[in-house]
Design a protein around this ligand. Structure first.
Ligand code: WT7
Length: 651
């Protein structure tokens, strides 16, 4: 509560400059008109977006078919996402884009590639033919497990071209996570690389794939990009080198005319159980949502160099590195490595050298740069920047101000964008020509998005007030389901209130009606802008042979937003020592990946439980955060546990 109060004391307002407003893609007048139209008829507004931002082979018959909680958008319409991201920039009035850079890529060692729209089109067509030659047809699933190299975008677009559904798995996930996702999606082909570069070293990826597919019967082929050139084991008949297959592939591949509701991708995200959810997105509505928001929120123009720093393994990488910017015909920058290699100024050097004009990144990165000191950005000419964005977690006003002052030179509007894997695209965000911004607030819903806050019973409190974030009407980019789990879809998102979407976040609205997102209210932690389920980490820890019981909670952390704290009870006879703590971390890395490694491992001989045996996480959260005042403990079974827990510490 104290955090919320201090946030809400933030009264600074930053109005858009006259110059920005004058030149914006959406002028203040267009913003006002859009809001008016969208308020009157969200479907008419979205239909307009679908016409303006997407090319269709066949127009839709009906904008929205809403049978709660299942929506179909642009029913009867036919289109192709890869056509929208490529072909249409090579023909008609946009044909000049053939030699415009679609992707500017920089590898961590400093190697670079600039891929024009014409070249990207060729590569995508070729790889689509490679997939076909491996037997992939419309509706098949293809898993993509790659570092941040252009082939990731090529593989995604090639799937989209032939109507295969891709499932990108973040390259930092473990073999086991990859295995689970491959099997859940039933992928026939896996696209990977020998490895990638991180922190100055080549890290292998292919061994994880070998382990992941060893007992995944669905997988028939593995395509391997040669990135590092390290020795790589290839299984004859199953594994194929990307470059060898591409060499013989035709560059002619007509885009499949797909139904607006054809599945485009599945992307896994953590929930409150141990099993990640395969979030399903489809074609027409998703593309409309991401293309329109990319153009309008980032104010994208043909001469921009746009850089979204997310990895393609996350939804931000799907919507705002690949599909949104390419649909807009923009130049999108991809960088392979860590932000601080070989020196803490790598990002600022990238911005200066490529003339980046729009930068979209996460608060955790900004906070890390604040710590490193302003001398690093100050050494570079960042005057090409004209707009900044933030996503993934609440941005604290201090980080916002630093971003504004040190990176934006006080001249760039900041768009703090709230959305989720499930929403497909941006839902709440300032519009840069029109919305006065307040540090820490995502401000207002995008036109056509009916966001509000509600209480447990579905009542809408009058701002200023707090409550659960809620979306009352369907929107085009919304998830269409959880892959293979109808019931979980209905329960997770649609059971709190009737026919209203529940995102799982708490929020406040201030006296202007602005939204202040307060973070997850369920058992999901947001670590560096990535969702990790407490249950997922717990099941990884209890898989350790020396662990009897574990409870995982988040605690506030200056850098990562939330840090993972594990309370662990060893099996009797095992010493709670440093070696055990470190092998528990290894266990988590093995099952999930290094991103889920607990920051603190605290041993305890007992966990606080209710009389019915439920672990009282609320108390654990307080203890993890170092609080000494405990809330209500009346249902606690054994009071002495508390004192012992408070004293527990990392050995
Ligand atoms: C969760 C979604 C959307 C891409 C990155 C994360 C939190 C996201 C903001 C923001 C406050 C934010 C929410 C949300 N979140 N953006 N601008 N301000 N919180 O995608 O992994 O699906 O996580 O991230 O808690 O529910 P994700």
């Amino acid at each position: 509560m104290a955090d919320i109060e201090s946030l809400l004391k933030e009264k600074r307002l930053f109005a858009p400059t006259r110059e920005f407003a004058k030149n914006a893609y959406w002028s203040p007048r267009q913003v006002a008109e859009s809001r008016k139209l969208a308020a009157k008829s969200p479907t008419r507004f979205w239909a307009r977006m679908a016409k303006e931002h997407v090319s269709w082979f066949r127009p839709w018959k009906k904008v929205l078919d809403w049978k709660p909680p299942y929506a179909q958008w642009f029913v009867g319409g036919k289109l192709n996402v890869s056509y929208n991201c490529l072909d249409r920039h090579l023909e008609g009035p946009n044909a000049w884009r053939r030699n415009k850079a679609a992707i500017i890529w920089e590898g961590e060692p400093g190697d670079t590639r600039v891929i024009t729209y014409g070249q990207l089109h060729r590569e995508v067509c070729q790889f689509a033919n490679v997939l076909k030659s491996l037997g992939v047809t419309k509706g098949d699933r293809v898993a993509i497990y790659l570092p941040m190299i252009p082939e990731a975008a090529v593989a995604m677009l090639a799937c989209a071209r032939i109507g295969a559904t891709h499932g990108v798995v973040f390259g930092g996930f473990s073999a086991e996570s990859l295995h689970d996702r491959i099997v859940d999606a039933g992928a026939r082909v896996v696209v990977t690389a020998d490895g990638g570069y991180r922190r100055g070293a080549a890290t292998a990826l292919k061994p994880a794939v070998d382990e992941a597919v060893a007992d995944a019967d669905c997988v028939e082929h593995v395509v391997v990009v040669r990135r590092t050139g390290e020795p790589t084991h290839m299984t004859v008949g199953r594994d194929h080198w990307w470059h060898e297959r591409m060499a013989g592939a035709s560059a002619t591949c007509p885009p499949a005319k797909l139904d607006a509701e054809h599945p485009l991708f599945i992307l896994y995200t953590s929930g409150t159980t141990g099993k990640p959810k395969g979030i399903l997105h489809t074609t027409g509505g998703y593309l409309t949502h991401v293309a329109a928001t990319t153009q309008v929120v980032f104010d994208l123009r043909d001469d921009d160099v746009y850089w979204c720093t997310a990895d393609v393994g996350w939804v931000t990488g799907h919507s705002y590195v690949v599909y949104g910017p390419l649909a807009c015909g923009a130049t999108t920058l991809m960088y392979e490595g860590v932000p601080t290699h070989p020196a803490p100024d790598r990002w600022w050097s990238l911005i200066e050298r490529w003339g980046v004009s729009v930068l979209y990144t996460a608060p955790t990165a900004i906070r890390a740069f604040v710590r490193l000191g302003e001398e690093h950005p100050k050494r570079h000419d960042l005057s090409s920047l004209r707009l900044l964005g933030s996503v993934g977690e609440p941005i604290n006003p201090e980080a916002w101000m630093w971003y504004h002052r040190v990176i934006g030179g006080k001249r760039c509007p900041i768009v703090d964008t709230w959305w989720q894997t499930e929403t497909g695209g941006i839902m709440i965000s300032p519009l840069p020509s029109s919305t006065p911004t307040r540090p820490g607030s995502a401000t207002q819903p995008f036109p056509g998005i009916d966001a509000t806050i509600l209480d447990e019973t579905g009542r809408e409190p009058k701002p200023p007030a707090g409550g659960f974030l809620a979306i009352r009407k369907p929107w085009p980019g919304m998830l269409r389901g959880i892959w293979g789990d109808k019931q979980r879809y209905e329960e997770t998102y649609w059971s709190k209130w009737k026919n209203i979407y529940f995102p799982g976040d708490g929020a406040h609205r201030d006296e202007r009606g602005y939204f202040w997102i307060m973070g997850r209210i369920d058992d999901v932690m947001n670590v560096s802008g990535h969702r990790i389920g407490t249950m997922e980490v717990e099941s990884a820890i209890v898989a350790h042979e020396k662990v009897a019981e574990a409870a995982v909670v988040g605690r506030p952390d200056d850098l990562t937003g939330t840090a993972i704290v594990a309370f662990v009870t060893p099996r009797s006879g095992f010493e709670p020592d440093r070696a055990l703590a470190s092998s528990i971390r290894d266990e988590v890395t093995r099952h999930i990946g290094p991103i889920a490694k607990p920051a603190d491992v605290r041993f305890t001989d007992a966990l606080p439980k209710t009389r019915s045996g439920k672990i009282m996480r609320r108390l654990l959260r307080d203890i993890a955060a170092g609080k000494t005042e405990m809330g209500d403990t009346t249902t606690l079974e054994d009071y002495s546990v508390l004192a012992r827990l408070r004293e527990s510490e990392e050995p």
